[in-house]
Design a protein around this ligand. Structure first.
Ligand code: SF4
Ligand code: SF4
Length: 301
């Protein structure tokens, strides 16, 4: 029987932002939420995506010749892709000599991902690091993620799961069997505002958070979105929640604009107009407010 594969869109080595020490972060594709500010639009779909890299395009036209559906047109100035015609066969990617098109997402076996992870085992051990599985939302591919984390634990590697918490509890419970640290995203405390900005209420997310066994280490992660979740009221409620759960840390992840270009490259429409990232002064207010609940707070990791 063929081994089940997981759809991975990035394996990031030497990460210092997804848990303690130096880590390899495995980014899984697919997400049940649609956060308006999402910084990883390439993670959202549960299939590989076609990405363009216009600065590399020399208008050679090989992609247009290779496309069986006539979805690519080239003129003297530009290359255009009709995404409505495209069926994601990726023939164009294979034929472009300058790599001006790429496929985002590869189906990989646990053994293939482990081979990447094992390259840096020495660094994990020296730095107190390990492996983080992130996304998208890794619980959408929970069977694969469970087996991957199990393989990591068999090699005595520290494991972290970065999740938005939107899954059925038995799934999260099962995956947690092989997780040392849970990086748990909280976008907003208010269920209605959460639903408005992400497409789903946070009730299941908060319920799951309360069900995580107390012996598991949890870091809450707040993507700080100016005008959405940076009010005193929301931050106060987040601090209370962290205190109640007994989390080890709260990580504040300031919104940034780096994803703007990715939306264009994927031919996707952004639901929200670009915001200004939070200023240093705004961040300086957030940190002590949450710290006043006796919590350790870091910015950016
Ligand atoms: S992925 Fe396939 S269908 Fe889509 S533009 Fe490329 S060659 Fe055409
Ligand atoms: S949970 Fe994360 S990956 Fe999913 S839509 Fe929100 S920001 Fe994007």
């Amino acid at each position: 029987m063929e081994e089940e594969r997981g759809l991975v869109f990035l394996i990031q080595r030497y990460s210092v932002q997804d848990g303690p020490g130096l880590r390899t972060t495995i980014f899984m594709k697919g997400c049940p939420l649609r956060c308006q500010w999402c910084q990883n639009p390439e993670s959202l779909s549960l299939h590989p995506d076609l990405m363009t890299h216009d600065t590399k395009c020399m208008l050679l036209g090989k992609c247009a010749d290779a496309c069986p559906l006539g979805a690519i047109t080239i003129d003297r100035k530009s290359r255009k892709i009709d995404r409505a015609k495209c069926d994601l066969c990726f023939h164009c990617v294979d034929t472009c000599p300058t790599k001006a098109l790429s496929k985002v997402g590869e189906y990989m076996t646990v053994a293939e991902v482990m081979a990447e992870i094992e390259r840096d085992e020495l660094f994990y051990r020296r730095s107190g690091g390990g492996v983080t599985v992130s996304g998208g939302e890794p619980l959408l591919q929970w069977q694969f993620v469970h087996r991957l984390l199990e393989a990591c634990k068999q090699r005595h590697l520290h494991t972290a799961l970065d999740t938005c918490g939107y899954a059925q509890w038995p799934i999260l419970e099962k995956v947690l069997e092989h997780v040392d640290l849970v990086l748990y995203d909280i976008k907003h405390i208010d269920p209605e505002l959460h639903k408005k900005a992400t497409g789903k209420s946070n009730q299941r997310i908060l319920r799951n958070l309360h069900l995580i066994p107390p012996h598991k280490k949890v870091w809450l992660r707040l993507p700080l979105i100016p005008g959405f979740n940076d009010s005193r009221e929301n931050l106060t409620e987040l601090g209370k929640l962290g205190q109640e759960i007994g989390v080890e840390k709260v990580s504040i992840l300031p919104y940034h604009k780096l994803a703007e270009e990715k939306y264009r490259q994927l031919g996707m429409q952004r639901k929200m107009s670009p915001l200004k990232p939070p200023t240093k002064r705004q961040l300086q207010k957030v940190q002590p407010l949450i710290e006043s609940f006796g919590l350790q707070v870091t910015i950016g990791s």
